[in-house]
Design a protein around this ligand. Structure first.
Ligand code: 5AD
Ligand code: SF4
Length: 481
């Protein structure tokens, strides 16, 4: 992987034009400023990153963390004591946005107490003009705002802010080139996320993502494989390949490649023991991919395949481009080729026009597909999407009732499938010490189910045989054998 020693950078020269070199140049410049300020103040400068939303954002935050560490910032335990606070925001649903505004209100007080504090906002929410207006008008204590396309410019924006002492807003409407080789600090030592593509072209009618993350573009396979090899050399055993729609990976690249081919290539990387990926769109799920999952021993037997809804008319208006029958056909095909696979999904309740009868179709899919897990969401109106201006929005009380019916159908099935694991032994990657009881470790089975078992910190990152002894709807309990 690309390694740069900031000490070898001549910070009194003009900024380089190469995008990557330029950011290392600015990281060196900000580091000089921070070193000076730390010396004056007699204590190090600290940062705090709060991440909202999906795994893509979580991975972006790992890059932010990597860049801040390069600039000599240390990680703060608490937001209110940090000298640099970043919110990496999400706008998929309204409540994630409201939380950001709420937190920003509190930060006003923290900033009064710590005059060194800088506040930065980035991520999906910032790609919306209405949000930028609100921040400009009501949250004047924010110092730096950037979006989803220019995260790599953090150091340059910080430098500009230090120099001008004025708020810096830098939002791009479109993506530029993919910038490779940013410093990254992984949350887990033994597992890592790897972007394989960015953006989305699907324009599901409820979804804001295509407007804030731009058009689909894939990284070339050589860059991805090199990154994974470097991760493996650094001790990583599990990689998660990330994209909004991994099944269309490779479109638009000069090389002839599909996601299935990429999976087979990743499967060959020595040192990697587990491969996961997120997210698959049912309309693009190919037989070739199912066979690759079946054949590649390192690919976890788990697929996340968002169905959203079960009614054909709702699916059509959502612009999902498949029917209930097609979805159930896929589930059948996947289970036939990979019998012990876990299938998880996303379900949305309350889309415009969704009647009680439509929800019956969703419940029917739940019963037939027998999902091992599901993220369930109440539809949230997103300004700028086609669904936001549909007239037949559903009243809240009706949505709540339908939402509960969906949960009542889902949960017993998930519990029943979990119960079938009791008494069996599975390979489990130990992730962390349990937050509720320090003598327990939490880990994931290959099928992504969560398990708690007795253990200690030294086990984190290794893969163990664990016998399942008990289960609940949302987790398993086991013991190391
Ligand atoms: N309201 C509620 N849920 C949404 N999702 C996407 N957009 C919305 C919205 N407007 C859900 C979908 C998607 C998941 C990542 O978020 O279920 O699969
Ligand atoms: Fe949103 Fe649909 Fe793209 Fe997923 S596939 S990010 S739901 S537009």
């Amino acid at each position: 992987m690309f390694e740069v020693d900031l000490d070898n950078i001549n910070t009194s020269s003009v900024p380089p034009l190469d995008k990557n070199e330029r950011q290392y140049y600015y990281m060196a410049k900000v580091r000089d400023i921070i070193r000076e300020k730390s010396r004056e103040r007699g204590k190090p400068f600290t940062f705090f990153i709060q991440t909202f939303g999906c795994q893509m954002n979580a991975h972006d935050s790992e890059k932010l963390r990597g860049m801040l560490r390069e600039m000599d910032y240390e990680e703060a335990e608490e937001e209110k004591n940090a000298d640099f606070v970043i919110y990496n925001t999400c706008c998929v649903r309204e409540n994630a946005e409201n939380k950001v505004y709420g937190n920003l209100g509190y930060l006003k007080h923290s900033k009064r107490e710590n005059p060194h504090m800088k506040i930065a906002l980035c991520g999906c929410m910032m790609q919306q003009d209405t949000v930028l207006q609100t921040i400009r008008q009501k949250y004047k204590h924010v110092d730096i705002v950037f979006g989803t396309f220019n995260l790599y410019k953090l150091a340059e924006l910080m430098y500009t802010n230090f120099e001008t002492e004025a708020p810096v807003f830098d939002i791009w409407k479109e993506h530029g080139d993919i910038v490779e080789d940013l410093p990254t600090i992984r949350h887990f030592k033994y597992k890592a996320s790897v972007n394989i593509m960015f953006g989305c072209n699907n324009f599901c009618s409820y979804c804001i993502v295509p407007y804030v993350r731009g058009r689909e573009r894939s990284r070339c396979s050589a860059d991805i494989i090199n990154e994974i090899k470097a991760l493996a050399a650094d001790g990583v055993k599990e990689v998660t390949l990330l994209g909004q729609n991994v099944n269309s990976y490779g479109r638009g690249l000069e090389e002839e490649i599909t996601f299935a081919k990429l999976l087979r290539m990743v499967n060959e990387v020595e040192g990697i023991e587990r491969i996961r990926f997120m997210t698959s769109h049912p309309k693009d799920l190919s037989d070739e991919l199912i066979y690759a999952m079946r054949d590649c021993e390192k690919v976890c037997k788990h697929i996340h395949l968002p169905v959203q809804a079960g009614n054909d008319e709702i699916l059509r208006v959502m612009n999902r481009k498949y029917t209930k029958q097609h979805y159930l056909g896929l589930v059948e095909k996947i289970r036939k080729e990979i019998p012990d696979i876990a299938i998880t999904t996303d379900i949305m309740v309350g889309f415009p026009g969704e009647t009680k009868e439509c929800v019956e179709d969703t419940i029917d899919v739940i019963k037939k597909a027998r999902f091992n897990g599901a993220f369930t969401f109440i539809y949230s109106k997103r300004t700028g999407t086609p669904a936001a201006v549909m007239e037949n929005q559903i009243p809240e009380d009706q949505v709540k009732k339908n939402f509960n019916r969906v949960l009542e159908a889902l949960n017993p099935i998930i519990y029943e499938l979990n119960c079938k694991k009791v008494g069996k032994v599975y390979k489990v990657m130990a992730d962390d010490v349990s937050t509720s009881d320090e003598s327990y470790i939490t880990g994931r089975l290959e099928d992504n189910s969560l398990v708690h078992f007795k253990g200690d910190r030294s086990m984190i990152g290794d893969i163990f045989d664990v016998k399942i002894t008990d289960c609940k709807t949302f987790y398993l309990i086991g013991e190391k054998v």
